[in-house]
Design a protein around this ligand. Sequence first.
Ligand code: AMP
Length: 328
Amino acid sequence: MKKRALSGIKPTGNLHLGNYLGAVKGFLDLQADKEVDNFYFIADYHALNGVPNPQDLRDRTLHIFKALISLGLDPEQSTIFVQSDIPEHVELCWLLTGLTPVGLMERAHAYKDAIAHIKNPNMGLLCYPILQAADILIYDPQWVPVGADQKQHIEISRDLAEKFNRIYGETFIVPDPLIKEDLAIIPGTDGEKMSKSKNNVIQIFGTEKEIKAQIMSIQTDSTPLEEPKDFDACHIYNIYKYFATPTELTKMQDNYRGGNYGYGHAKLALLEKLLEYFAPARQRMDELDKNEDEVRLLMKKGAEKARGRAQKKIQQVRKAMGLGEFYA
Ligand code: AMP
């Protein structure tokens, strides 16, 4: 039997290099494996934690959906859908809350990081990993391909699946995270984790002008132009290395070592590389932008495929927990 992989991306901003390298690239590898049944969704319920403007949320959801297809996810081969088209995710989330210790949520790294700069965190932020567990467990995937930043959340999903199975009988598959350890966490323009909420991203589908401005804002040290530079410590190089060929990489390292090569030069080389690398995807995005009816039809089909599965699972869960079934 085919194994299932499932993952999601929040529509809190436009798709960036961290999402591509940490997540989408892995989705594409899995899609290429004919033994894997792939489910990918846009996590718009999760985006509500930031209380977005409704029109912005719609626009970003549509953007991420189109971005996934532009980058090569194929709706014929993978089930691609919008989370809020499947309200069963929210029901399962509630059904899991009774099994979730408050302390477990309070200890989650992402929550601790968030409350370090958010004064009044909302319940959505605290309960985020429970909804994430519901998103995953409702489709019975064996694998959850994510970036290294999500490792702890997947462990929480595993804990909840195991606990549910112990109490109510075998119901959920306990999923494994699929993390490309060598990828670690992709740095943003400030060297911190690239993140839509931190204003440090490099977008994939922005205009050339926007992408150039984002690259130009990458922080560097003040080593003068003439002097040799340490490429390993440079945020520009640490993004460039994921896209360059081995020959291009050696050349870039020589440039850094040799001196008379400024950070401005490296930034332009990165811009050129990214535009070349993403040219086919950017073109496909332009086509989808002009054909939104097609996009909406693909969304509908994805939702229908996913919902059928989610509804079956939620019936099984309700039965196991003693809910409903009082009449035919
Ligand atoms: P999010 O945008 O937080 O919904 O993340 C979507 C996916 O992108 C998740 O699998 C994350 O692990 C991955 N991701 C987001 N930012 C980064 C980053 N800076 N480095 C690596 N992976 C990332």
